[in-house]
Design a protein around this ligand. Structure first.
Ligand code: C2E
Ligand code: MG
Ligand code: MG
Length: 740
C-alpha cells in the first residue's frame, strides 16, 4: 500500500503547479458509492461546508455498483469516489474499480475504498494495479482523516488532470505547428493561428486580430501594422490599418506589445507577439473570456515558441516569394506576379488590362542618374495606386512599363493619362512625364492578354506618341508576320539576298555630285523587295542590326574605295547608323576596321544618326560622337525635324549636317507654298555653321524653292533614285564619262 504520508508530503511541499486556480468557483465532485444510506448521510454531514484547495465539494450518491457505473458514464467531472467494497456482493466494489479503470478508462478519478468489515483486506494487486488512493475501514475515517485523505486525493486528481490537458495540448501544438508550417500565405497562417490558439485553450475561435508589421518598405519607413485575419466580433476588419481599428481600448495594447516584442497575459488581454530574425512582427490578440490557469499559461508558452518557428519559416518563405514576385526597386508585383494573377484570377467580365509605358524614360535616368530614375518610378507607382483605386492589380512589367488591371469602364485611357497631369517631384526637381498605353479587355483568365496589350502598346508607340491604343486582331497577324519576317531576315545575309543601293547626293546650285547614301535592300526568297521601313525596325529590335550594320559599313566603304579608284576622284559615302548599333560596345572598333580595311579616309564617311540618339544625352554617346568627329568622320542628323531635338543644345554637338526630312519637302508644290520648316532648318543650320541637305527632292519646283531658301545640297528622285552598284556605275559613267 502506498504511503499516504509520503504522498501528502510530496504534494504539500511543491507549489501548487497543477492545482486549479484559486479563483475558480467550480466545485469538486465527490461520488459516494455505498448501499447503506446512513453512510451517505454521515459522509455528507461530516464534510459539509468545507472547501478543499479553495473549491467547495459537491456530492453525488450511488447506492449500488451498477448505479455508480451509470453515473460515471454520464458525468466526467467526478474527482474522487468514496467506494464501499461490499455491496450487492462481496466483490462488487472491486469489480467496479476494474470497470472504472479498464472499461470506462477514467484514469484520473481518485478512488478511496471503504469497508464496513474490519480485517477484510482486498487483494493487494487490485490496489496496485487499479491505482487506489486509500483503503480504510469506515470506522477509521474520522472527519479529519477523511478531510486529509480527500485533500490529498484531490490534489493528485488536479495534477493528473492538468497533465492530461497539457498532454492533449502538446499533441495539439504538434498538430497545429504541422498545419501552420504548410500554410504559405499570411492570411491563412493568421487564421490558422487563431484557430489553433483558441483550440488549445478551448476558447471560442472568436475575437481575434492578427496584426503584422512588414519590414521596412522602400522609403525606409517602417510599414504600418495591418490586420491579416479577424474572426468573431472583429470580423470585417481584415486589411485595415491597426491605427484605424474601431477599438480604442485594444489598439494601444497591440501597439505596445509590438513595440516591446512581448506577450501580454494580463487580466484583460491575451496578446501573443512574435518577431522574426528579419524584424517582421506578428501580434495575435484574443478576447479572454476567463482567466487562464497555470497549465494553460505553460502550454501557451510552449505553443508560442513553436509558433515562432512557424512564423520565422513563413517569413523566409514569403521573403523568397517576395524576391520572385516583387520588383525590389519599386516595391510592386513584377511581371511574373502579374502573369500569375492574370492566370489564376477568375476575372469578372468587363476587366481591362492596360500597359502604361513612360515615354523616353531613358532620358531621365541618363541625365538624372538611375537612383533618381528609381525614385521617379516609385512615385509613378504610388500615383497610379492612389489615383486609380479601382485597379485591382498594379505591377511593374518591365523597366518603365506598368501593368494595370481593373474594370474596363474605369480604366479608360483618359483617366490613366490624367494621373500624369501633375509633375512628379524628385530630389527637388519637377519632372513632367507622358505615357503611352496599350490595352485589351480580358476575356478569360490565363489568356494572352499581357502579350496582346504589349502589341497594342508597341503599335501605339510607333503610330502616335503620348497616345493609347486598344488591341485588335490585326495586331496579332502583324506580330506573327513579323516573327516570320525576322526568321527570314536572319538567313538573308547568308543567302546573299541583301545588297546596297546608292543614292547620289548633289549640290542644288549646279547638280554636281557630292557623294552617295548607302541604303540597304532585301530581296527575299520570293524575289520580292521588302521595304527597309519594315525590316530595319525589326532588325533593330532584335539586335540583328549590329551585324547588318557592320556589313553595310564594310560594303559601303569598299564600294566607295572602288568608285574613287574607278573615277579617280573623291566622293563621300553616307551610311545610316541605328541607335542600337551606335550604342553597341563594338561599334567603334567595327567602324574603324571597315574604314581602314577599305582604305578610305574618315572625312569621306558620313554617319547618319537620328535625333533620338542625341535626345538621350547619354554621356557615352556624346563622348563617342566627339571622338568620331575629332577623327574626321562626318556626322549628319537624319530626318531632321521629325524628332524632338531641343534646338538649343544642337550648337554644342559635333555635327556637320542636318538632313531635312522629305516629309517637309513634299508639301512644296509651287513657289508660293508655305512651308516654314525647311526654312527654319535651313536658317538654324546656317547659324550653327552646319551644311543642310534636303531629302526627297522630286521636282524642279522643290529644288528651286530650296535653292532660293539657301539650301545647298539635296538628294531625291529628281536627281537619282537609289541604285544598285552596277546601275550606279552606268549612271556615273553617263555623268562623269566612262572610265573603261
Ligand atoms: P533615310 O535614311 O531617310 O533614307 C532616305 C529614304 O528616302 C530612302 O528610303 C530613299 O529611298 C527615300 N528617298 C530618296 N529620295 C526620295 C524621293 O525623292 N522621294 C521619296 N518618296 N523617297 C525618296 P528607303 O531606302 O526605303 O529607306 C528608308 C529608311 O530605312 C531610311 O531612311 C533609313 O532610315 C532606313 N535604312 C535604309 N538603309 C539602312 C541601313 O543600312 N541602316 C540603317 N540603320 N537604316 C537604314
Ligand atoms: Mg538616311
Ligand atoms: Mg532621311
Amino acid at each position: 500500500m502506498p504511503s499516504m504520508s509520503d504522498d501528502v508530503l510530496v504534494f504539500q511541499d511543491e507549489p501548487a503547479q497543477g492545482a486549479p486556480a484559486k479563483t475558480s468557483t467550480q466545485g469538486w465532485t465527490i461520488l459516494i458509492v455505498d448501499d447503506d444510506p446512513d453512510v451517505h448521510e454521515a459522509t455528507i454531514f461530516s464534510l459539509s461546508g468545507l472547501s478543499i484547495h479553495g473549491r467547495p465539494l459537491r456530492f453525488v450518491s450511488a447506492y449500488s455498483a451498477a448505479e455508480a457505473r451509470r453515473l460515471l458514464e454520464q458525468d466526467d467531472q467526478v474527482a474522487v469516489i468514496l467506494l464501499d467494497v461490499v455491496m450487492e456482493d462481496e466483490q462488487s466494489g472491486l469489480t467496479l474499480v476494474r470497470v472504472i479503470r479498464d472499461e470506462l478508462a477514467l484514469d484520473e478519478v481518485r478512488i478511496i475504498l471503504r469497508t464496513g468489515q474490519p480485517g477484510y483486506a482486498p487483494e493487494m494487486d487490485v490496489i496496485r494495479d487499479y491505482d487506489i488512493n486509500d483503503y480504510k475501514c469506515k470506522t477509521e475515517f474520522s472527519r479529519t482523516r477523511l478531510y486529509s485523505t480527500l485533500t490529498t486525493a484531490l490534489r493528485t486528481y488536479a495534477q493528473l488532470r492538468a497533465l492530461k490537458i497539457s498532454q492533449q495540448g502538446l499533441e495539439r501544438i504538434i498538430n497545429a505547428s504541422g498545419k501552420l508550417m504548410s500554410e504559405h500565405g499570411w492570411h491563412e497562417f493568421s487564421l490558422g493561428v487563431i484557430k489553433q490558439v483558441t483550440g488549445l485553450l478551448q476558447l471560442d475561435p472568436q475575437g481575434l486580430v492578427c496584426a503584422y508589421r512588414p519590414q521596412q518598405d522602400h522609403d525606409g519607413l517602417r510599414g504600418a501594422a495591418q490586420v491579416l485575419a479577424a474572426t468573431g466580433r472583429f470580423r470585417g476588419l481584415e486589411q485595415q490599418q491597426l491605427q484605424a481599428l474601431p477599438h480604442p481600448d485594444l489598439v494601444p495594447v497591440i501597439q505596445r506589445g509590438l513595440e516591446r516584442g512581448q506577450h501580454v497575459f494580463d487580466e484583460d488581454h491575451l496578446l501573443l507577439v512574435f518577431t522574426t530574425s528579419q524584424g517582421s512582427e506578428l501580434a495575435v490578440y484574443l478576447d479572454k473570456p476567463r482567466p487562464l490557469d497555470e497549465t494553460e499559461r505553460q502550454l501557451l508558452q510552449v505553443f508560442c515558441s513553436n509558433l515562432e518557428v512557424c512564423f520565422e519559416n513563413l517569413s523566409i518563405f514569403q521573403q523568397l516569394e517576395d524576391f520572385a514576385y516583387r520588383d525590389q526597386r519599386v516595391g510592386l508585383p513584377n511581371r511574373i506576379a502579374f502573369e500569375r494573377h492574370l492566370a489564376s484570377e477568375t476575372l469578372p467580365a468587363g476587366y481591362r488590362l492596360s500597359l502604361v509605358d513612360i515615354d523616353d524614360f531613358g532620358r531621365f535616368t541618363d541625365t538624372l542618374g538611375s537612383q533618381v530614375g528609381d525614385a521617379l518610378l516609385r512615385q509613378v507607382a504610388r500615383r497610379l495606386r492612389s489615383e486609380l483605386p479601382e485597379a485591382i492589380f498594379i505591377g511593374r512589367i518591365d523597366g518603365d512599363q506598368f501593368g494595370l488591371l481593373g474594370p474596363a469602364e474605369q480604366l479608360v485611357p483618359e483617366r490613366v493619362t490624367a494621373c500624369f497631369d501633375r509633375p512628379f517631384e524628385v530630389e527637388g526637381q519637377r519632372i513632367v512625364l507622358t505615357v503611352t498605353q496599350g490595352f485589351v479587355d480580358v476575356s478569360q483568365p490565363g489568356g494572352d492578354a499581357l502579350r496582346q496589350a504589349g502589341l497594342a502598346l508597341k503599335r501605339a508607340k510607333v503610330e502616335r506618341r503620348t497616345g493609347a491604343l486598344a488591341f485588335s486582331d490585326d495586331m496579332q497577324t502583324d506580330a506573327q508576320r513579323q516573327v516570320q519576317m525576322l526568321q527570314r531576315l536572319r538567313g538573308a545575309l547568308g543567302k546573299k539576298q541583301l545588297f546596297l543601293a546608292f543614292q547620289p547626293q548633289v549640290t542644288l546650285q549646279d547638280g554636281s555630285l557630292l557623294g552617295f547614301e548607302a541604303l540597304l535592300r532585301w530581296r527575299d526568297d520570293d524575289g520580292q523587295m521588302v521595304p527597309p521601313d519594315q525590316f530595319i525596325p525589326l532588325a533593330e529590335s532584335s539586335g540583328l542590326i549590329v551585324g547588318l550594320g557592320e556589313w553595310v559599313a564594310r560594303t559601303a566603304f569598299a564600294t566607295l574605295a572602288q568608285l574613287q579608284a574607278r573615277y579617280r576622284r573623291e566622293f563621300r559615302m553616307a551610311i545610316n547608323v541605328s541607335i542600337v548599333q551606335f550604342c553597341h560596345p563594338d561599334f567603334r572598333a567595327q567602324l574603324h576596321d571597315c574604314q581602314v580595311s577599305a582604305g578610305v579616309k574618315p572625312e569621306q564617311i558620313e554617319l547618319e544618326i537620328t535625333e533620338s540618339l542625341l535626345m538621350a544625352r547619354d554621356k557615352g554617346v556624346l563622348e563617342l560622337l566627339e571622338d568620331l568627329a575629332d577623327e574626321g568622320f562626318r556626322i549628319a542628323i537624319d530626318d531632321f525635324g521629325t524628332g524632338y531635338s531641343s534646338l538649343r543644345y544642337l550648337a554644342d554637338l559635333p555635327i556637320h549636317q542636318l538632313k531635312i526630312d522629305r516629309s517637309f519637302v513634299a508639301p512644296i508644290v509651287n513657289e508660293h507654298s508655305k512651308t516654314t520648316l525647311p526654312d527654319m532648318i535651313q536658317r538654324l543650320g546656317h547659324e550653327l555653321g552646319l551644311s543642310v541637305l534636303a531629302e526627297g527632292v522630286e521636282t524642279q519646283v522643290q529644288a528651286d524653292y530650296l535653292r532660293r531658301m539657301g539650301c545647298l545640297e539635296a538628294q531625291g528622285y529628281m536627281f537619282a533614285r537609289p541604285m544598285p552598284l552596277a546601275e550606279l556605275c552606268d549612271w556615273l559613267d553617263a555623268r562623269l564619262g566612262s572610265q573603261e
